[in-house]
Design a protein around this ligand. Sequence first.
Ligand code: SF4
Length: 243
Amino acid sequence: MHLSAWHKARADAVEWWDGFKTYDRVYMSKVFTFSSDVETVIRANEVIRGGTGYKDYGSLPPEIEATSPDYSMYPHVTHAVGFLTRGCIRNCPWCIVPRKEGEIRPASTWEEIKRPDSRDLVLLDNNVLAHPHGLEQMSRLRWIRFVRLSCDTASMLPVIEQAAAYMREAGIAPSRFWCYMLVQDVDEAHRRALALDKLGITPFAQPYRDYDGGEPTTEQRRFARWVNMRAAFKSCKWEDFRG
Ligand code: SF4
C-alpha cells in the first residue's frame, strides 16, 4: 500500500498483477515462509520480492515507508492500519521481529495513522506497551473491539494477569481479551491455556513453525484445534479430545 501510494504520486499506473499482461515492474510479497507462491511465469522487466516469507529481513526505504498507504487497493477495508512503534525490547528465539526491526522505537503517532474517512485504527505493533511513546499514544485511544495479547511462555502469565486486572479496572470486559499462545511443548501449552481460561481470557493456539519449513507435529496441530474450537475447548478435556 505504501509502494502503491509512492508510485501513484509519481504518476505511475498501479494495479494488481494480471498474468495476461506485461509490466515494467512487479512487486511480490509473502508474509510466511509456508505461504504459497505464484507458480506462473511473471512477465515484467523487473520483479522485486520482499517480506519475511521470502526471507527478506529488510524494510522499505524511509521515504516510501513515510508515504500514507493507498487504501484504495483494499476497498472493503474501512479502518486505518499502522504501527505506533517498531521493533521490540525482547529477543525471543522463535521471533523474527528483533532480527527484522531491531530495538523498539517510535514509528508514528495515531494522528499520522488515522484515515480522514474513518475513526477506526488497527494497530499492528509487536510490543506497544514496552515504549513510552506507545503507552502515551494508547492512553489517548479507545478500544474498539478486541485486546490482543500474547502469552508464549508460562513466565508471562503473571504479567498477563496484571494486565487483565488493569484492563478490567478500566472497564474492559474479559470477553474482549484474546491471547495468542505459541505451542511448542504441548503439556506446558496445555497448562498455559487452562490458566488463561481461568483468567477469563480466550486463548488462541499457534503451533510453532520454523523459518526453514519445519512443520508442527500432529499433536501440536491437534492441540491447537482443541483450543481454537471454542465449543470443544469449553466442553471437553484435552485428554478426551479426539478431533
Ligand atoms: S516479545 Fe513478541 S515481538 Fe518481542 S521478540 Fe518476543 S515474540 Fe517477538
